[in-house]
Design a protein around this ligand. Structure first.
Ligand code: DGL
Length: 263
């Protein structure tokens, strides 16, 4: 039976993956989605690879039980630590997200690119492998964004604490001459305006959200999973913690419904 009418499943350690959901919804407005925000367990970035893998398995099984036809791992940390296992063990397609260091390396004029990501992503074997394929003249300045996910989850995007952390993390990249800053965590696009202000207009800030949405559409088309019916799409966001920050992030989307989940 064709399951194209079923929803796209999306998960993240928290609310950051909504930055990916927004790209997906813009490109594929006709598709229904189920989003799982595992905020109770955020941040994943400070956990061990096996903890990240186990949480990713749990999230995947929940979304499959809810009828997901394809899963987007809207978390760099979960992708870099778990996607191979998920692809090997579940019989639906998976789309992952990795920091956009390749496009940055192709466009930099100073040959120096900064990357802001979680410890779990920067220490992963997959990130190591992707970095090793870059032109050897490229220098990558890695910075763990410790504390940023927690503040975003608490709705403190515009706090003084956030400004201080961002200045501490971004300044060394600027001092070393980076002209590209890669946002390697799906929470960080919500910090883009503040990072741009610190970095100045000559520094490009990039993330992978749009590319992930395009890749999702291609894979769905290959697998005959695109929903061609004209029925209204439904978008449900499950969260296992207080939901006001998530609701605020989605306030402009009238067709997005949030629900607390004891998970
Ligand atoms: N949004 C997750 C990512 O892209 C955040 C990870 C975390 O919870 O530390 O990596």
């Amino acid at each position: 039976m064709n399951n194209s009418h079923q929803p796209i499943g999306i998960f993240d350690s928290g609310i950051g993956g909504t930055s990916i959901w927004k790209e997906i919804h813009q490109l594929l407005p006709n598709e229904s989605t189920i989003y799982l925000s595992d905020s109770k367990n955020a941040p994943y970035g400070q956990k061990t690879p096996s903890e990240i893998l186990n949480l990713s398995i749990k999230n995947t099984e929940y979304l499959i039980a809810k009828g997901a036809k394809i899963i987007v791992v809207a978390c760099n940390t979960a992708t870099t630590n778990a996607i191979q296992h998920l692809r090997n063990n579940y019989n639906i397609p998976f789309i992952g997200i990795e920091p956009a260091i390749k496009p940055a390396s192709l466009n930099t004029k100073t040959s120096k690119i900064g990357i802001l990501a979680t410890k779990g992503t920067l220490n992963s074997a997959l990130f190591e492998k992707t970095s090793s394929t870059l032109n050897s003249e490229i220098t990558i300045i890695e910075q763990v964004g410790e504390g940023l996910v927690e503040l975003i989850e608490e709705g403190k995007i515009h706090s003084e604490e956030m400004t201080n952390l961002l200045e501490k993390y971004i300044s060394p990249m600027l001092e070393k001459g980076c002209d590209y800053i890669v946002l390697g965590c799906t929470h960080y696009p919500y910090l883009q305006p503040q990072i741009q202000k610190i970095a100045g207009k000559n520094v490009q800030i990039i993330d992978s959200g749009e590319a992930v949405a395009r890749q999702l559409k291609n894979v769905m088309s290959e697998h005959n999973l695109l929903n061609n019916s004209k029925t209204q799409s439904s978008n449900i966001f499950y969260i296992n913690k207080e939901k006001s920050v998530l609701e605020n992030i989605l306030k402009d989307y009238k067709n997005a419904k949030t629900e607390f989940l004891d998970f």
